[in-house]
Design a protein around this ligand. Sequence first.
Ligand code: TXA
Ligand code: MG
Length: 343
Amino acid sequence: ETVCKIVDSNVNSQTNYTQAVDILNAGEVVAFPTETVYGLGAVATNDCAVKKIFEAKGRPSDNPLIVHIGTKEEVKLYIEDITEVAIKCMDIFWPGPLTLVMPVKPNVLAKSVTAGLNTVGIRMPDHPVALALLQQINKPLAAPSANRSGKPSPTEAIHVKDDLQGHIPYILDGGSTGIGLESTVLDVTHEPPVILRPGGITKEMLEEVIGPVIQPTKIEQKMESTPKAPGMKYTHYAPNAPVYLIDCDKGKVAQAIMHFQLEGHKVALLAPESFSTIKADYYFSIGEVGIKEEMGATLYHALRACDKTQATLILATTTSTEGVGAAIMNRLEKAAGGKWYTK
Ligand code: TXA
Ligand code: MG
């Protein structure tokens, strides 16, 4: 069993980066913070190292990984044909929470990175620790979110440790990640481009730069003809107790809690600050009402916090699908497996 060392990237930082780079170059994995969530990185050209990511996470091998780069220029080393649309996206949104799916050059990346597809998802993260690591190692890093497969993505180093202790040797701790939800995955091999996973860069933001973009609805996502991120069929972002979604309405929430408590449940409530006076068995704040950035930043922390309680059921208030709301509702729907409280 590997001992997992968490190091604060601010303390004695050069030693920590040097250690992280050495571990990665030795073909091992290292967890690091990005502006979205923590990633579990391996050198993307080393197939043996990349396989260790799948092992540590318990991730199905047909789910491809995102490749992280430290400079925009590196893209041309890995991508066959960089379109105008892709260039605009990189100019405006990189570094940042936008993954571009593009045609991959043959034999430049480890086979298991792309899971046999002829495309690869690439992004340049906007986080000082991720960028410093990438620039120091000067190699691309394949990195999915650093959680056990199926769990909410980690937004703090301790979440990574909770999930992967004993499976990975090293975590660079950069504090809480800012955005708290995974990057937007945009397939630019389609015309118009398709959002495979909504995230911090919204449909609205993309359309201002590249014109019409398709964001499949829930029903379209289920259809065979719609392009998909292979991962979206697996990921549940789920805590241990079942999650029910509910409208952001104090009366309804109070009534639902009573209903579930009468059934014998211990209820954890995930709701805005102003709901804290409602009597649930456990309460976790997801920010001020209507402030979606706060909700995105705190959602995974709150879902994970439920696992540390005796709650037998989680009730989570929802938001509209405008802006970042699309990403929040996408993750909440998955965490809930589609369950809503509607009585
Ligand atoms: O914010 C993020 O994107 C984080 C941080 C660490 O960068 N990473 C992340 O990676 O969320 P992961 O592996 O958990 O999610 C990657 C998603 C999956 O749904 C995967 O199926 C999809 O991107 N994906 C990757 N490569 C793809 C490709 N070539 N075609 C379609 N979907 C792809
Ligand atoms: Mg993930």
